[in-house]
Design a protein around this ligand. Structure first.
Ligand code: AHR
Length: 655
């Protein structure tokens, strides 16, 4: 009995201790942003279709066209096949499509199905899709096939659905009979009998007849969190493990688009897939928009990150109409008479995300399967636009309308593509004039700039707009680039009272399909190759705090290759030390934890180090990875920071 009472007391005390730990704040600490480090997702480098979006069929809706790439057309990535000496006809039609937003579809006329005994394979007339450079399947797993179809002949048409390898051997098969005279969705599940990284999807009419088909799709059943129309599990998982505070989407330049017609309009990206308005991607390929606003918001919720949608500021990209692009000539603005409608579109997004199910747009969110609000807090307006009178006028109109109708939303404004210069100055002037809460700065430059500008935000006015460093990277994916970024991020933490958010850019890049030379995570259809820059980001996101402490770590202040920070995480009661050494020799630092109460005798240490030129490759993806170990702690500790390194030490404390 006594034992039980003692156990109960220990439990209660433990609970009390941990409850106290949850809410404690330490004296002398500076409150910093809890949304400091997040992700920037843009559909660049095939990050969405062929990347994070798990659809395996490329050009599933036959909407590829030469305005995207001169050589593209509705049959791109499809091949007409008629095995077994069968014959028939195939053509593209646009009359009475499955939905007017999705105009092209295929008409297949199977005139003769071969029945020659000597032919061993499956005979029929149809199509084969090669996916995004091959379709990856795994033995014993299920793949969900679907298509929209209607029969155009009197009799139903039986379809063979197969997944085959490059030798033409069938790895999985099923059948579907097209019996409706109207567009209807047909589905079937395929279980594969072996692994293949270069498979193709085959759809063959097995009986004579004519049919129309569209939205031919194949998804792995195993998507991230098993969501239908979901995300590639391994890629989504690696992002989830970073524990980002937020995800900004869908871009980048993709947002303001290559001319007015190419802007990313969120309403085109929600609702049934067959009704979404597909379009050319500013980066030179196609957006199926299967990964649309609903899927972005759902992903954010699934990984515990705040959604940060960015909407065009009613002007297109100032670089519209470049050499390979087709479209506008420089920045174009939505005409005055259309601004009211455009502003309503922005307001509708907030209602769609947060409104009750009884509201018009909240009801659409509920219809999509999410009656609960998405808890939207931030909305970005504009992406590094040229600050012209047309931009200013439109930005102000949108800003005023959102502030009036939704004062609870924090708006993020924009100040051009560089860390300084005309747009930067004009953008900041406007922000100060109208008191934009947060300003989105972007800069891509060399590591030396990052090392030389670590104190950039020390002198930012605390009474002016806060900063979202929405895109930054030092040009390169070598360790030295990552460590320069780490040193800079120490400066962001130190200034976490004025820098509200920051995100490295771009995030994902598909091997051999890149448009941007330095990216955070490279991947192909099977493998993932995180860069050293990724690990730096991950170490910061996994080890963020809500209070910053000066003077915990001392080092040679004249040595600009060194940087260090100490933050406290009041949720866990952990003291987190980060130490950066960008030089080629070991450097001493001294740690004084006197400000904190009791500390655990052992702490977790994470170390990223190597040679400056080291990088990760698909052949050697683990060349530079963080190494975890335990380290003994003391109130006063010495630490020798290894050359070219980032160290994070996480110490449990009771205060
Ligand atoms: O991150 C790649 C591009 O860089 C973004 O689309 C754009 O905002 C910036 O110029």
């Amino acid at each position: 009995m006594l034992n039980r009472i003692i156990t109960a007391l220990i439990l209660v005390t433990g609970l009390l201790v941990s409850t106290t730990t949850m809410s404690q704040k330490i004296k002398g600490g500076k409150a910093i942003s809890t949304d400091l480090f997040g992700l920037f997702f843009e559909d660049i480098n095939y990050a969405a279709d062929g990347g994070l979006y798990a659809e395996l069929v490329q050009n599933r809706s036959f909407e590829y066209n030469p305005t995207e790439r001169r050589e593209w057309h509705p049959f791109s990535y499809w091949e007409y096949v008629s095995p077994g000496y069968s014959y028939g006809k195939i053509c593209v039609e646009t009359r009475s499509p499955v939905h007017p937003n999705n105009p092209h579809y295929i008409v297949l006329d199977a005139e003769f199905i071969g029945h020659y005994e000597e032919f061993k394979g499956v005979s029929g007339v149809g199509l084969k899709n090669s996916g995004f450079d091959g379709i990856v399947v795994r033995k014993g797993e299920n793949y969900n096939f679907s298509l929209f179809a209607k029969k155009l002949s009197g009799n139903p048409v039986d379809l063979f659905i197969g997944i085959e390898n490059t030798k033409g051997e069938t790895l999985a098969e099923n059948t579907v009979s097209i019996s409706s005279d109207n567009w209807q969705k047909y589905t079937s599940t395929l279980k594969t009998n072996s692994d293949c990284d270069t498979a193709k999807l085959v759809v063959l009419a097995r009986t004579n007849g004519k049919l129309a088909m569209d939205m031919v799709s194949l998804f792995p059943e195993k998507t991230f969190k098993n969501r239908p129309n979901g995300l590639r599990a391994d890629l989504a998982e690696i992002l989830a493990q970073m524990k980002p505070a937020f995800v900004r989407f869908p871009g980048g330049c993709l947002v303001h688009g290559d001319g007015l017609e190419n802007m990313y309009r969120w309403k085109n990206t929600i609702g049934p897939l067959e009704q979404r308005v597909e379009q050319r991607n500013i980066w030179g390929y196609h957006q199926s928009l299967g990964l649309g606003y609903f899927e972005y918001f759902q992903f954010c919720e699934d990984i515990g990150a705040k959604p940060v949608p960015v909407l065009p500021a009613a002007v297109s990209c100032q670089n519209s109409g470049g050499t390979w692009r087709i479209g506008g000539q420089g920045q174009q603005a939505i005409p005055d008479e259309e601004m009211e409608e455009y502003i309503q579109e922005v307001l509708d997004l907030i209602e769609w995300a947060n409104g009750p199910v009884s509201s018009k747009w909240g009801a659409k969110r509920a219809e999509a399967g999410h009656p609960e609000p998405f808890k939207l807090e931030y909305v970005g307006i504009g992406n590094e636009d040229k600050i012209t009178p047309e931009f200013e006028e439109r930005f102000k109109m949108i800003y005023d309308a959102v502030k009036e109708k939704h004062p609870e939303i924090t708006i993020i404004g924009t100040v051009g593509p560089f860390h300084s210069g005309e747009d930067f100055d004009k953008g900041w002037k406007l922000a100060e004039e109208i008191k934009v809460q947060i300003i989105d700065e972007h800069y891509y430059t060399d590591p030396a700039w990052f090392m030389g500008n670590q104190k950039r935000y020390d002198s930012y006015d605390r009474n002016s707009s806060e900063v979202y460093l929405g895109e930054y990277a030092s040009w390169g994916n070598k360790l030295q680039n990552a460590i320069a970024e780490a040193a800079y991020m120490i400066g962001l933490e130190r200034n976490g009272d004025v820098v509200r958010m920051a995100s490295y850019a771009p995030l994902l890049a598909k091997k051999d399909f890149t448009q941007w030379r330095t990216d955070m995570v490279f991947f192909d259809n099977v493998n993932i190759c995180p860069t050293p820059n990724f690990y730096v980001q991950q170490m910061f996101m996994n080890n963020s705090g809500d209070q910053y402490f000066e003077d915990i770590i001392s080092k040679n202040e004249n040595d600009t290759t060194l940087a260090a920070s100490c933050v406290f995480d009041s949720k866990t009661g952990d003291v987190i030390l980060k130490m950066v050494n960008y030089s080629d020799s070991e450097k001493p630092m001294k740690i004084n934890l006197g400000k904190f109460g009791k500390i655990d005798p052992l702490a977790e240490k994470t170390l990223l180090q190597g040679n400056p030129e080291d990088e990760n490759t698909f052949e050697n993806p683990d060349n530079i990875v963080p190494v975890y170990s335990e380290i003994k702690t003391a109130k006063k500790m010495d630490y020798l920071a290894p050359p070219m390194s980032l160290t994070v030490i996480r110490i449990k404390s009771r205060n």
